[in-house]
Design a protein around this ligand. Structure first.
Ligand code: NAG
Ligand code: NAG
Ligand code: NAG
Ligand code: NAG
Ligand code: NAG
Length: 302
């Protein structure tokens, strides 16, 4: 399996993080009483811990664990709110792009080329080239979950997009299931329904931020497609498209182990490249509001 993605402009995840960094306004309402209280809890906890040295060691360990859990829970509530706000701001700016950052419009989102070579025992040997891919309505995404935990720190995001309109040129060849030779090249239009994306990432720091861990998953409920000139424009092409449409959620699960790793690497390397000049403090100051929260980086659990 080989999968290669080419794009001249940065990928979406990369932009999501940059936007989060640039568009935070320190004047925004924050649950500052909550977050301010955490500083006190941390001080109290420190005093408690240092004065508790004679107590049995496991009590100390238990107290540390409880304190950590408490700080993380309380702070995470505020962070979740912030993260949601950033994603919402990012969404509103997708159409026009973000000139300050040299980010072009992302609605529509374009990719120059995707090459997929697959040799999957259940599907067959398939060579697919997609050029001039254009995706519309990505900016209608809904935020199903946005969680930022201080432990890690870990970011977890679920978004869903009710309908994505995809178009471009395709060129396919190969053999489906050792039986049917595939051929076709031309324009295509596709509608993807209920597309869901899940991201879970742990941030690391070593002379700049990076992604210590990055998990990505996606799914879709249904797909409608029109492939011009598929199987020479004969009826068999329409039948195969229809079968493929009906099979899509299941077929996607079959090829996902092949296509997910290269997509994950592509997104991760773009995000890595973007955040490597940022410090954890930069990110948290922006995420939390510098003036209202101060520096909490010392609370982060490695
Ligand atoms: C520490 O926590 C464990 C369970 O998490 C508990 O079994 C143990 O009794 C606790 N120790 C003390 C000293 O509180
Ligand atoms: C894309 O989303 C907008 C806003 O939700 C909607 O009005 C529009 O109909 C969608 N585009 C298409 C082609 O359906
Ligand atoms: C499709 O790709 C094949 C090589 O894989 C090439 O020979 C053919 O010209 C391409 N067709 C179009 C229409 O680009
Ligand atoms: C988020 O995505 C994961 C992985 O697909 C899934 O297990 C989980 O139920 C989703 N959560 C929400 C709130 O959508
Ligand atoms: C991000 O970069 C770091 C250091 O360059 C590397 O160790 C890490 O594996 C990269 N993360 C991902 C998810 O590619």
């Amino acid at each position: 399996m080989k999968c290669h993605v080419t794009r001249q402009v940065p990928a979406m995840m990369r932009i999501a993080l940059v936007v989060a960094v640039v568009h935070a306004s320190p004047a925004e309402p924050l649950p500052s009483s909550l977050l301010g209280g955490i500083g006190n809890v941390a001080n109290t906890a420190t005093n408690f811990l240092t004065s508790a040295v004679e107590k049995p060691r496991n009590l100390l360990l238990n107290a540390t664990r409880m304190t950590t859990g408490y700080i993380d829970n309380a702070a995470s509530m505020g962070l979740e709110f912030k993260l949601k706000r950033f994603l919402e701001k990012f969404r509103t700016r997708m159409r026009n792009g973000i000139a300050e950052l040299g980010i072009p419009p992302l609605e529509p989102f374009t990719l120059d080329e995707i090459d997929i070579d697959t040799d999957n025992p259940e599907i067959g040997k398939i060579f697919l080239v997609i050029e001039n891919l254009e995706l519309r309505n990505l900016s209608t995404f809904l935020i199903d979950r946005a969680k930022l935990s201080l432990i890690g720190p870990t970011i977890t995001i679920n978004i869903s997009i009710p309908e994505i309109y995809a178009s471009g040129h395709y060129n396919i060849s190969g053999i489906l299931g050792d039986t049917y030779p595939l051929r076709g090249a031309g324009s295509f239009q596709t509608i993807v329904r209920d597309f869901r994306v899940y991201v879970n990432t742990v941030l690391g720091y070593a002379r700049g931020m990076y992604l210590k861990k990055f998990d990505l998953d996606f799914s879709l409920r249904a797909i409608k497609m029109h492939l011009e000139n598929f199987m020479g424009g004969e009826e068999i092409g329409q039948i195969m498209s229809k079968v493929f449409e009906d099979l899509t959620p299941e077929a996607l699960d079959v090829i996902k182990p092949d296509i997910l790793p290269p997509i994950q690497d592509y997104v991760a390397s773009h995000v890595n490249e973007t955040i490597h000049h940022l410090t954890m403090r930069d990110l948290f100051h922006v995420l939390l509001g510098k003036y209202e929260f101060g520096d909490i980086t010392h609370l982060l659990i490695p």
